[in-house]
Design a protein around this ligand. Structure first.
Ligand code: LMR
Length: 333
């Protein structure tokens, strides 16, 4: 693996400084873990189209979807080494490289809706979080939306007690780990590409994800019940290797920024519809039974998860949680 990463890093730098620079396009590899037919998958393809158009082909964007180039943890390591130029990991995946603050997005029920989300990401608070990536050799270019999460298992999940003893796949976030423990479940960190099989073979009993991710990975086919809980949010930070980015000619970087701004707008515009359609398709399939929570049940989920706001303050930062909440409410921006 290390060899492969380093060989990639060498190839990427040759592409920038080699003798054939005038003729050869600059290759920008964009790796991600979800299907093409998702908000992130479509956003990456839109960026590819616009980046090649605005640079008149001087930049060639190669998109690798569905973990075909790297899985979750590997992709972040590869980007830090310069083996891959662009990624869009979810907010829940930066902890293992030492950035814990993005896990604030994982606090259950922290975002009432997308308007609050945009307030948090698009103002000074969102920009401040992106700056945390730079000491790690990455530049944060944009926030891309996915959506609110469902909970699924082979047991109906209505009350917090229903989670007791179930093994749940989670992303690599300590906040998500604490969330599952607070519900009495056993969390298991696992790469996204392995979830379907783990559910199918019973390695884990349940998982949480957005409708578009569940549907495109066919998770609904191997989960008897899915709860419409909207208990948390999945979104992304589009990151680029800092050395690569700063080494680009200024005009090219400017054109890529323009392409990114438009691709961001596009991806954030389609995210709700993509998730609504995926939910409809899963409902039509009849493969998983959907459960709606009553207001009282939801209140009990919230009560069971409320302690995370204090328990996770030392992990995410008390100030970060407060600033996030204020930004989301629109009381600081
Ligand atoms: C997951 O690992 O469940 C998601 O973060 C995958 C993704 O990139 O949406």
């Amino acid at each position: 693996m290390k060899h492969w990463i380093l060989a990639g890093a060498a190839a990427a730098s040759v592409a920038l400084v080699g003798p054939a620079q005038a003729q050869q396009p600059i290759v920008l590899n964009f790796s991600h873990v979800v299907a093409q037919d998702t908000p992130k998958g479509k956003g990456a393809l839109k960026f590819q189209e616009l980046a090649e158009k605005y640079t008149n082909g001087r930049v060639k964007v190669e998109v690798y979807a569905n973990s075909t180039l790297y899985k979750d943890k590997e992709e972040l390591e590869a980007q830090q080494l310069g083996a891959v130029q662009m990624l869009a990991p979810s907010n829940s995946k930066f902890g293992p490289i030492g950035i814990k603050e993005f896990e604030v997005f994982d606090l259950p029920f922290i975002l009432p809706d997308k308007t609050a989300l945009r307030r948090a990401t698009d103002g000074p608070f969102g920009k401040k979080l992106l700056k945390l990536l730079e000491p790690k050799g990455m530049v944060g270019l944009a926030y891309w939306d996915n959506g609110f999460k469902l909970m699924s298992a082979n047991r109906p999940l209505r009350e917090p007690e229903d989670f007791r003893g179930l093994k749940f796949r989670i992303q690599s976030s300590k906040v998500l780990e604490a969330q599952m423990r607070a519900l009495g479940a056993i969390p298991q960190v696992m790469a996204f590409s392995e979830v379907y099989q783990a559910l199918q073979t019973g390695v884990v009993d349940g998982q949480e994800n957005t409708p578009s991710n569940m549907y495109t990975q066919k998770m609904h086919e191997v989960q008897k019940y899915t709860t419409l809980s909207d208990h948390g949010y999945i979104g992304y930070v589009v990151t680029v290797n800092k050395k690569f980015w700063e080494g680009l000619p200024a005009d090219i970087r400017g054109n890529l920024e323009k392409a990114m701004a438009e691709a961001t707008h596009y991806s954030n515009e389609i995210s709700q519809k993509e998730n609504d359609e995926a939910l409809d398709d899963m409902k039509k399939s009849g493969k998983t039974q959907f459960i709606e929570l009553t207001a009282e049940q939801k209140a009990r989920w919230k009560k069971a998860l409320q302690p995370l706001y204090t328990d996770m303050a030392s992990r995410v930062g008390k100030g970060v949680i407060e600033e996030f909440e204020k930004a989301a409410q629109g009381t600081t921006n």
